[in-house]
Design a protein around this ligand. Structure first.
Ligand code: GLC
Length: 442
């Protein structure tokens, strides 16, 4: 107290004695009050940063969307964190961050099959009342549906996806052949061109034990007339002859030398690189690869055809798996208003068009498939819309991640000769049925 008293005394004396002291004190006081007002204002103007984790190869095209958003919203930034190269490892990262609490993510880049699990776990903000039915009407219904859980909307579609078959138009033409109509054609064309040494490999597909293996497999399965899980009845079709034949077909592509033995370790980008290096006749992949295989520095620029996946002989149509990515908001975000602004912008018409034009991704907004500027660059889009509309859906169930994991393990065992396709599919069926039964009891 003494100290305060003597300080007061000192100020009083100096104030009366010195004009300089009086002026100096005024200046210090003015600066301090200005700072007191300015600091909170500056702090409140610091941009809000919204974080989003995304597969690394998907980041460059997404920057088109982010830049446009930031230009229109100077107070908000979107930070894209580079995730690993496969869909389910990204899912694991998000899952771990929510389970541990304190997730750093505000926005969630969501695969078409994640909504039921994330919504059931309570990790997502409910967007139902934020988006009008007119807004939703512009999107492919399946893409919207995959964002709902128990009739509430948790994810808005940013882009769709559908598996397609790429083929070397030039090599097939030069050999006087026609593009395949069935999987048998695909095998025989491959062998013919491999014998002629036109290409080292016939057919590339994604065989690593991960989500991409499932998307590729449901296509072959459909091509054999089979199914995985019926989402309504929860019937499991994996031990039926069609499923065993589908697994057997994939194994034969390896044993007959049409696909490289390494195919059981490949994800999309591994297969795309081998194809782009000119080393294979056929590639199963998503439409994103079109833009890349036709880049100026690509060895096969202009030599590639794209078509729907072909079925087994005697089956009406081949299967294309519906994929796609959308965006949801983490319940734990500290910036829900800004996050909502971002979701609305990222999924709106003009930014979507720029994004699709830059990336060659499949639109979620239906009018973009026939947009003249887009068709001028990607002439296959009107046909792609038909493929998307008939695409095979992965079952929309809350236990999706576990069901996928079961099938991944057993398929992988069959493809790497640890089990026969029949044993593997039978075991996968049993485990899947037990999982679904346990889910029903809950
Ligand atoms: C693509 C699809 C996605 C799928 C993934 C599998 O990114 O869009 O739906 O799960 O591939 O690798």
């Amino acid at each position: 107290m003494n100290f305060v008293r003597s300080l007061k005394q000192f100020f009083k004396q100096r104030w009366h004695q010195s004009r300089r002291f009086r002026i100096g004190s005024w200046i210090v006081l003015t600066v301090l009050s200005a700072l007191l007002v300015a600091v909170p204002v500056v702090l409140s103007q610091q941009p809000v940063t919204l974080r989003l984790l995304m597969l690394a190869p998907d980041i460059p095209p997404y920057k088109v969307l982010v830049k446009a958003f930031e230009a229109e919203n100077p107070g908000i930034r979107i930070q894209l964190d580079e995730g690993p190269n496969s869909a389910n490892t990204n899912e694991d990262l998000y899952t771990t961050s929510f389970l541990l609490g304190n997730s750093p993510y505000d926005l969630i880049n969501m695969d078409v099959v994640w909504t039921p699990k994330f919504a059931a776990a309570g990790w997502l903000l409910d967007l139902t009342d934020e988006v009008s039915p007119q807004d939703l009407a512009g999107f492919s219904p399946q893409a919207v549906e995959s964002g709902r859980y128990e009739k509430r909307l948790y994810r808005m579609p940013v882009r769709s996806d559908a598996g397609v078959l790429y083929y070397r138009k030039d090599l097939i033409e030069q050999a006087g052949l026609q593009p395949p109509k069935t999987l048998d054609d695909l095998m025989s064309i491959s062998k013919t061109l491999q014998e002629k040494k036109a290409a080292r490999w016939g057919y590339l597909w994604q065989g690593r034990q991960y989500e991409g293996l499932i998307t590729m497999f449901v296509e072959v399965l459909k091509g054999f007339g089979g199914f995985w899980i019926d989402p309504q009845s929860l019937d499991v079709g994996l031990d039926r002859p069609e499923a065993v034949r589908a697994a057997e077909f994939l194994r034969q592509t390896i044993t007959q030398g049409v696909s490289p033995p390494g195919v059981t370790t490949y994800v999309e980008e591994d297969t795309r690189r081998i194809f782009q290096a000119g080393d294979a006749v056929f590639l199963r992949n998503w439409p994103y690869a079109w833009e890349l295989v036709n880049k100026d520095d690509s060895r096969i620029k202009g030599k590639v055809g794209i078509m729907p996946m072909v079925p087994a002989p005697g089956q009406p149509v081949g299967g294309s798996c519906l994929g796609g990515w959308g965006v949801g908001i983490a319940k734990t975000t500290r910036h829900p208003q800004e996050a909502l602004k971002a979701v609305k912008f990222l999924t709106s018409q003009a930014p979507q068009k720029a994004y699709i034009l830059a990336s060659g991704y499949v639109p979620s907004r239906r009018n973009l498939f026939n947009d003249p500027e887009i068709v001028a660059k990607y002439s296959h889009y009107p046909q792609l819309l038909k493929v998307v509309d008939q695409a095979v859906l992965r079952p929309s169930i809350a236990q999706y991640a576990q069901a996928s994991d079961i099938l991944q393990r057993y398929l992988s065992a069959a493809l790497t000769n640890q089990q026969t396709p029949e044993e593997a599919m039978k075991a996968a069926s049993g485990e899947t049925r037990r999982l679904l039964e346990a889910g029903k009891k809950k």
